[in-house]
Design a binder for this molecule. Structure first.
Ligand code: FAD
Length: 493
């Protein structure tokens, strides 16, 4: 049953009142009810673009933080890619010292309001949580991300976010290519040292996937914009509509425009396709294009946006990752009557976050597991009319460790569909490597860097998805932090 935010908030207030002056034993902490995240009603939210998760109340944040056992081993810290002192921030939050809590997070993370929303905590910091283990249910681990989100939002909304101090100007210039989480982190850390920083972004708006990929209903764009505003207030310059490799090459930036170092954070924005017949028909999109139209170009706001969105009643989304969930849930919000998510394996192997899968189901996305599209069929106008699918069963584990899908011969069947969104992954765009001679990449086109983030060329660093392949926001930030430290010591020499 969907509990309203009012119910959850008042339950938490009552729990807090009962716990407030008690010295909590581990047994007491284990008995505290896990705090559910209030959400918009699924029947309502599938028709709007506003955020699904409504956020904790102060009482919920405190009660949830009290569940932390403050265990000595703190396995959550090693589960966090940037090593946040999680038990310390939870202790501060449990005692209502929210400013201190967010301060602890910000020692290691520049984007807590973003990470609190989109980090896959269930496979990172929350996976090894001692409480989850003691209760024999990983879903009952402390909801670290939700508390992080609460304290970060509180700080942002109170206007108390302090601008980092900037050291005196060094006269050194750093070009940061791309404006996703890796680049934003580099720009902030390098600027703090007093270096001049210019971000070059191909799109007309900064933020990378946080703006063009992840939909508004999961990550409000105003939150990302606030982080960008902080950067510009720090004196970071921003050049949008600037495609490095086309507008200027890296060589020009370094040899003619006076940049002493370059960071490449261009992400993994090149969509992969299925290579099946019919993929060129009208009504077939990469998830990348579909989400970019909707998010970056605001096509969902049809009364005001100039970008058209393909009208479709029966949409098929191919894939099982976060991108597929985002595309499917966006299609529902854009007016599709049926959205069919088609995935070759079972739900267990799906790379998408459990929460995103649950939200997609609640909203009415229909899951077709152990199936895959093998052909797209068009009508007389070359518009998508049907897809042909095959059924699969699971075989032996493949290189990824997941059981591989094996097709069942003769199991073909047709589905009436009028738009197909392909969401089977993204690769790296080869533009930078093709226009920068001597820059070494691996067989997938990802830039090869050493343990400091340095590429094969002096002064050129890289990090985030362009190095890791499509990964996560927090890993991109971690890479950015590492590269920024190397750039700062390179420029100090
Ligand atoms: C739809 C979607 C949903 C996702 N959901 C999640 C999630 O829930 N949780 C999570 O942790 N991760 C998620 N991810 C992954 C995560 O967003 C990425 O791992 C992360 O954004 C990578 O950061 P980055 O800084 O390396 O690059 P990006 O965020 O990809 O930013 C790269 C930027 O570089 C720009 N650029 C590219 N080439 C050039 C050029 N030649 N010149 C100038 N600029 C250029 C691009 O326009 C872009 O703005 C999702 C990804 C997608 C696509």
């Amino acid at each position: 049953m969907h509990k309203t935010s009012e119910t959850l908030y008042s339950e938490a207030a009552a729990t807090l009142a009962a716990l407030k002056d008690k010295t909590l034993t581990p047994k007491d902490r284990m008995a505290i009810p896990a705090q559910e995240m209030p959400t918009q009603d699924p029947h309502v939210r599938c028709h709007n673009m506003t955020e699904v998760a409504l956020g904790y109340s102060a009482e919920q944040a405190r009660v949830e933080s009290m569940r932390c056992l403050q265990c000595k081993t703190a396995p959550c810290i090693s589960g966090c890619p940037v090593g946040i002192r999680i038990p310390d921030f939870l202790k501060a939050a449990a005692e209502g010292r929210f400013d201190e809590a967010v301060g602890i997070i910000c020692e290691n993370s520049l984007l807590p309001a973003v990470c609190g929303r989109v980090c896959p905590q269930e496979t990172q910091c929350q996976a090894p949580c001692t409480l989850g283990k003691a209760l024999k249910n990983p879903e009952l681990s402390v909801s670290i991300g939700r508390v992080e989100r609460y304290v970060a939002d509180l700080q942002r909304e109170s206007g108390k976010q302090e601008m980092p101090a900037i050291k005196p100007a060094t006269g050194k210039r750093v070009a940061v290519i791309g404006s996703g989480p890796a680049s934003v982190t580099v720009a902030a850390d390098v600027r703090r040292e007093g270096h001049e920083v210019v971000i070059f972004e191909a799109f007309h708006k900064p933020g990378g996937v946080l703006v063009y990929g992840i939909p508004e209903f999961r990550l409000p764009k105003a939150i990302v914009q606030k982080e960008i505003d902080t950067l510009t207030a720090m004196g970071v310059k921003l050049e949008t509509n600037f495609v490095v490799g086309r507008t200027r090459k890296i060589k020009d930036l370094m040899e003619q425009d006076g940049f002493d170092a370059v960071f490449v954070g261009t992400g993994a924005g090149l969509p992969k396709f299925m290579n099946i017949p019919g993929e060129n028909l009208v009504g077939v999109f990469s998830a990348n294009e579909y989400l970019t139209r909707s998010n970056l170009m605001k096509a969902y706001d049809s009364a005001r946006a100039h970008t058209p969105m393909y009208q479709a009643k029966r949409v098929a989304v191919l894939g099982g990752g976060n991108v597929a969930m985002d595309a499917a849930r966006t299609a529902l919000r854009l007016g599709a009557e049926e959205v069919h998510l088609i995935y070759r394996r079972t739900e267990k192997e799906m790379p998408a976050r459990i929460e995103e899968v649950a939200h997609a189901k609640e909203e009415g996305v229909q899951f077709h597991l152990l199936q895959n599209a093998v052909r797209i069929l068009g009508d007389e106008n070359d518009c998508v009319k049907q897809i042909e699918c095959l059924r699969y069963e699971l075989g032996e584990p493949d290189a990824s460790g997941r059981r591989s899908p094996v097709e069942i011969k003769g199991s073909e069947f047709l589905m009436d569909i009028d738009s197909v969104i392909v969401a089977i992954g993204n690769g790296s765009n080869p533009l930078i490597s093709q226009t920068t001679s001597g820059l070494t990449v691996n067989k997938w086109g990802n830039i090869i860097v050493d343990e400091t983030g340095l590429s094969s060329l002096p002064g050129i660093y890289a990090g985030g998805d362009i190095v890791l392949g499509a990964a996560t926001v927090i890993l991109a930030m971690g890479e950015g932090r590492r590269a920024a430290a190397s750039i700062n010591s390179y420029l100090a020499k």
